[in-house]
Structures are given as C-alpha cells and as structure tokens.
Design a protein. Structure first.
Length: 551
C-alpha cells in the first residue's frame, strides 16, 4: 500500500473507525443534537453531559461528577479513552461521505451499531450522518464533533461491547504480536563474523540514467507511466527487473532500490498501475471513481505482461538499450498490493470462494490488507491463473495473501520466491499475510523477517515524509521510516541484488547474501533480521496452535 497507509480512502475510513472504537461515541443528522451520553457498563448506567465531556477535553481533568465512574476503569482503559477524546482527524468530507456509502463502509457501520445501539433501527444512518457532519467541524472529526452532530438528544454507548470491539480491531496484527512473543526464544542469535566478497549495500560504479515513458495499452484502455532505470553497464546477461507498487501509490515507491540495481548493471522498469495508483485514489476520494475495481486484481498482472511486451520493442529499437534488455529472464519486485501482483505473475492462483465468505463476516476485525482483498469478491469467477512465464524470480515485500489465494493458491507458484515480512506491520500483518502462507510456497523460497519493521519501512524515504507526527491508532501510525529504517533498506538492497544475481554468472558470489548468517550479520539492535527457507518445527507448532485457536 502507499505511504498514506496503503490508500487514502481506506486510511480515512479505518482511522475514523479506530478513533470511534477507542472513544466509544456515535453520530448522525442534526435534527436534534446530543446533549447527553449514556454509558452502560454491565448493569451500571451513567449519564454524562456533553458539557462535562468538553470540560474533560479542554482541561484534562475529570469532572467530579465523573470521578466515581472513572474509577471503575483500569488505568489502561482510562488512557485509551482520554487519548481518543483528544484525537482530531482532518478528513476530506466529500471523500468520507463516499467511503461511508460503500459496501465495506456500511458493513462496518453496522458492526458499530452494537456499540451505539438505537431502538429505532436507524443506527447506520445515524453514524454515517454524524461522521460526515462531525468532519465538517473546523478542527476536523473528533469525539465531540461526532457526538454534537448525533441526531438524538442521547447517545447510548455500551462500554463492554465497545472494549470488546476495540480488542478485535485489526485482529491479525495482534496475532502477529502474540506469535512474535511465542517464538522470541528462537529468534535469539549472535552476530556472526563473515568474510564477504563485496558490500552489497553500496552502489555500483556506474551512473544511473532514467528514461520516462508514457505507454498506452489500447486493448484495455490503460495508460501506464513507466520509469526505466539503466546504466552503461546494462547487459542482456542480467535479468530485467520489474517493480509493482502498492495500493494508492506511485512508481517511485522503491526508487532507491531501482537506482541501486541499475548502478550494478541491471535494467529496472518501474510502472504505475492506473487503476490503483495515487491518482486513482485521489479520484475515489473526490467521488469520481470507486476506490478499487475488482478488475484491478486481473489488470495488474496484465500490466506486467504489457510492459514486458513494450520493453521487447525497445530492446530492438532504442539507441541506448538495444540488445540489453533480457525480457525472457525477468524478475519482479512487488510491494504490498504489488507483492500480491508479483505472486500472481509468479503463478499463485486467485481462489475467491473463501474470500467471499470471510468478507461477509465481522468486517470491523479486518486489517487494511484484508479489507483491500475483499474488493476482489466482485470478480465473476472462482479461480484465476495469471502466470507470466517471462518472470523467472519474484520478491514480494509485505504482500497481501491471506484471502486472495485461498487454501492452495500459493502452492501453484512455479519460480524461486522471496517473501518479506515486518513484525510491526499494521497494514498487512505478518502472521496472516506472510507467515501462514509461506509453507505453501514450493522451494526454492526465502522468508525475510524484520523484527520491529513496519509496513512502510522498505519504501523510499521521500515517499514517507508525512508520517512524522502522525497519531498512532490500532490501525495506523508508529511507522519506522526515514533514518530509522536505513538498516532495513540496506538489507533490501542486498537481498534484491543477490536474488537477481542468481540468474547470472555471479550467482555463487552473491549466494551468501541469501543466507541466515548474513541476515544476522546485517541485524542491528533496533531491527534484528532473520531469514529462513522453512519455518522451524517449533515456530510451526506455534502457527498451528494459533490457527486452531482462531478458527
């Protein structure tokens, strides 16, 4: 997903829901405005005036009338509520309105009506209206602006249900954290002394050039921007490397990596998928297009094939690249949604029957990545095979896999594949999106884990600047980016270079960088790195136990 947490529409939607769950409040049409919040906890019930809530927000002090009730909450619960009460989220009102009217938005609102019950059955419309009107407040959407626009004089909040819902938000992220705790003893390792043939994190000796192209696939009405990175050292003896970006993002997602590979003599083609790039997301927020059409899950792999076709033409005609582009021996590098695209062209089969069932249940528990995959439910067939035979190796960074590929789709992969996972990824949580599926992928394969890494850690730092100061919620924030992620980006440079080199005469020279020993060597105190080709039996037992508990 993009540096705006995969996609602005999804970020706005879930950030807003996260604050709602954290703060336990409700919304709608201001025929009447809320004057009182009625909080229920078990058999107890307390009425809180909106004026008292405002005093709490503005002064940080609990009014005397609320002190007794506040004492019933744990310190953690009080901190959650007070922090959420102060949270303010600036949102595009038109975009928010459009998002709340999608099927996913309506389903999540329906889940939230159990937290804010109404006797008249109008809870969904009440929540939708109040969110939109609350977002129009000068300070943006907040608990108070939400309550003050709720279309009833009383907002009833079931506190027990609210905490239960909050505990289920982004359930797969918390599964990952419990998994990491369970296998922590197995992760301990000392830093080995290695004699390395080169430093793979350093740029090659060749200056990099970039050729920017605007391609048009007239058969599918797809306009595809393409950046081609290359140097004078480019040669047909090295594979061409294609980059696929995340949802709501751009082709410069991994620019540092493209420049690094090109400096070592590789031709890198970074394309932009028009149905799921930043422009499409901006259009969706403005209400001019859907956030993501189901067809995009099929069009993205076809974009890869189209770009390879166009590069084949350049290999015949371009003055600079003629005879230097190895089309029939290509490698793909995909990030987030692009990771799923990479796995699709590697041979993974889309299997949608289980996805359709899961995407009708408890949508409020889904991660960003799971919610995005649910958009594929609109495709007409049950299975799709999108293999691109010219792709000979694949790297999928933080990919979405848990729903798209069903029980056996990943087992159809036909080429060497490397999966990257980050333990603190809230967007595509590692346990469900990468770890569970890894044993299904045929060998040769590698699983890289960044302990402490997040969803955006692998991205070019120029694309993550807005993460500074972003509030942390169950769904978003706390991203390890910029200078804090230097060691992660350096390791990505090393393993990508090594994966590509396995298709050249330098395979043996670079093989050491695809070993567990080098992963430990590249680790830092802040970000330990682990690489494995199979999940160890002890860790696999933890996986199976978790799966049984969460059936």
């Amino acid at each position: 997903m993009s540096n705006k947490l995969g996609c602005k529409w999804l970020s706005s939607l879930v950030s807003m829901f996260s604050v709602m769950a954290d703060t336990f409040s409700g919304i709608a049409n201001p025929v009447k405005v809320a004057e009182t919040v009625v909080v229920r906890k078990g058999f107890l019930e307390l009425s809180i005036s909106v004026a008292d809530l405002r005093s709490l927000v503005e002064t940080g002090k609990v009014p005397d009338r609320l002190q007794t009730y506040a004492n019933l909450l744990s310190g953690e619960q009080r901190s959650q509520i007070f922090g959420a009460l102060k949270a303010k989220i600036p949102l595009n009102v038109v975009g928010l309105s459009n998002l709340l009217n999608t099927d996913v938005g309506t389903a999540i609102l329906a889940d939230l009506t159990t937290v804010i019950p109404r006797r008249d059955g109008a809870g969904v419309e009440a929540l939708r209206s109040a969110l939109v009107l609350g977002a129009k407040a000068p300070e943006g959407l907040s608990v108070l602006s939400f309550i003050e626009n709720y279309p009833d004089r009383r907002v009833v909040v079931d506190l027990d249900r609210a905490f239960a819902v909050m505990g289920q938000l982004n359930r797969s992220f918390w599964e990952t954290q419990r998994f990491m705790v369970a296998i922590a003893p197995q992760l301990a390792a000392s830093k080995p002394a290695l004699k390395l043939p080169i430093d793979p994190t350093q740029p090659g000796p060749h200056s990099v050039r970039v050729m920017r192209l605007d391609l048009n696939d007239s058969t599918r009405n797809r306009h595809i921007p393409l950046d081609v990175y290359w140097s004078r050292a480019a040669t047909i003896d090295k594979p061409t490397i294609v980059f696929s970006h995340g949802l709501g993002s751009v082709r410069t997602d991994l620019r540092y990596l493209a420049e690094h590979l090109a400096s070592h003599g590789y031709v890198v083609a970074a394309l932009e998928h028009p149905g799921s790039n930043e422009s499409n997301t901006n259009s969706a927020i403005a209400g001019k297009s859907p956030p993501i059409a189901p067809q995009e899950f099929l069009d993205r792999p076809k974009d890869i094939s189209f770009v390879l076709d166009e590069l084949a033409k350049f290999n015949q005609t371009d003055d600079n690249l003629q005879g230097k582009i190895a089309i029939e021996r290509s490698m793909i590098v995909g990030y987030s949604f692009g990771g799923a695209t990479a796995l699709s062209v590697a041979g993974a089969e889309l299997q949608l029957s289980g996805l359709r069932q899961r995407c009708q249940e408890d949508l409020i528990t889904l991660s960003f990545g799971e919610g995005m995959q649910c958009e594929a439910a609109g495709l007409p067939e049950e299975r799709y095979q999108l293999r691109e035979p010219r792709i000979k190796r694949a790297i999928a960074m933080n990919p979405t896999t848990s729903l798209l590929f069903g029980e056996t789709g990943l087992s159809a992969i036909e080429i060497p594949t490397l999966i990257v996972a980050s333990s603190a990824d809230k967007t595509t949580p590692a346990f469900r999106e990468q770890i569970i599926g890894f044993p299904k992928i045929p060998s040769p394969k590698w699983l890289v884990g960044f302990v402490g890494g997040t969803h955006l850690s692998v991205k070019d730092p120029s694309t993550t600047l807005e993460q500074v100061g972003r509030p942390s919620t169950v769904m978003t924030g706390d991203e390890v980016v910029g200078d804090r992620a230097v060691s992660i980006r350096n390791y990505i440079k090393a393993i990508t270079l090594a994966m590509a080199a396995q298709m050249t005469d330098d395979a043996d020279k670079y093989a050491i960088f695809l070993t567990p020993e080098y992963a430990q060597f590249a680790s830092t105190t802040a970000i330990p790195v682990r690489l494995m080709t199979e999940i160890p039996p002890e860790a696999n037992a933890v996986v199976e136990s978790f799966m049984q508990q969460n059936k």
